[in-house]
Design a protein around this ligand. Structure first.
Ligand code: NAD
Length: 251
């Protein structure tokens, strides 16, 4: 029960890493507040957690919307009386292509979904955690943007995920004295809908990693659990790499 009675917001909770984190955190005793756009999937996720005796609620919306970030915080407070942390995890990859061929619309969509959403989430979450005497915020970044790992055509995605690491370091410095810990989680290639379901694609991604495999979403959720639990009580401003060694590969 690493998160007993902690209330945690998880965005991108309708699939992949966010869905795994929702199940894991609830099993570890958290009240989870789930966000993403697809209401039916969130509802099913909440029902699955409740059927196992866990505590969960949801609100569907778009993380690009500042009001939605605030509404998730308000829901945590109205439903569970406060907020202890968040896994700001929703994200998109966008088109993979060389930058000269990239439409501005793709750049804007990726930066807004992945990075401006972090701004909205931090703005809504930090004041509440400050008033409560502390908490833990995690942003899902990526190995792409940190090492790039041999992935091409990912300028917008890499910029958004690298930007998130800079944001985390700055926020951590600003709010450490309030006992608010703010970290980035950098997964390697992970078997989720974002990575597609083409076996050849999976084999290519697995081959980039020294461990010669992709992560399961559950493995990444475990790293998020560490950052949200008191086990990481002196960890802040950290890009936590969970990437099967892709950032240290030789070639
Ligand atoms: P996924 O596609 O299964 O999950 C993405 C989630 O974000 C979904 O729930 C989706 O509905 C939600 N989402 C996307 N845009 C949204 C929006 N505008 N508003 C609300 N919700 C939105 O993929 P995943 O792999 O689980 O991705 C989770 C995070 O992990 C992302 O930030 C992604 O960039 C990051 N990541 C993934 C990998 C990988 O290989 N899968 C590697 C490194 C980092």
């Amino acid at each position: 029960m690493e998160l007993k009675d902690k209330t945690i917001i998880i965005t991108g909770a309708s699939s992949g890493i966010g869905a795994s984190a929702a199940s894991l955190f609830a099993a570890e005793g958290a009240n989870v507040v789930l966000g993403a756009r697809r209401e039916e999937l969130l509802k099913a996720q909440v029902q699955a957690i409740q059927s196992k005796g866990g505590s969960a609620c949801y609100l569907s919306g778009d993380v690009c919307d500042a009001d939605y970030a605030q509404a998730l915080v308000d829901l945590a407070i109205s439903q569970y009386g406060g907020l202890d942390g968040a896994l700001n995890n929703a994200g998109m990859m966008g088109d993979m292509c060389p930058l000269p061929d990239m439409p501005l619309e793709n750049w804007n969509a990726v930066l807004t979904t992945n990075l401006t959403s972090a701004f909205h989430a931090a703005k809504a979450q930090i004041p509440v955690l400050g008033k409560q005497g502390g908490g833990s915020i995690v942003f899902t970044s990526s190995f792409v943007g940190f090492s790039n790992g041999g992935m091409t055509g990912m300028g917008a995605y890499a910029a958004s995920k690298a930007g998130m690491i800079g944001l985390v370091k700055s926020l951590a410095a600003d709010h450490a004295s309030e006992q608010i810990r703010i970290n980035a989680l950098l997964p390697g290639g992970t078997k989720t809908p974002m990575a597609g379901d083409d076996p050849a694609g999976h084999e290519f991604i697995a081959g980039l990693h020294p461990m010669k495999r992709m992560a399961s979403p559950q493995e990444i959720a475990q790293a998020a659990l560490f950052l949200l639990s008191d086990r990481s009580s002196f960890v802040t401003g950290c890009p936590l790499i969970a990437d099967g060694g892709v950032s240290v590969r030789l070639a």
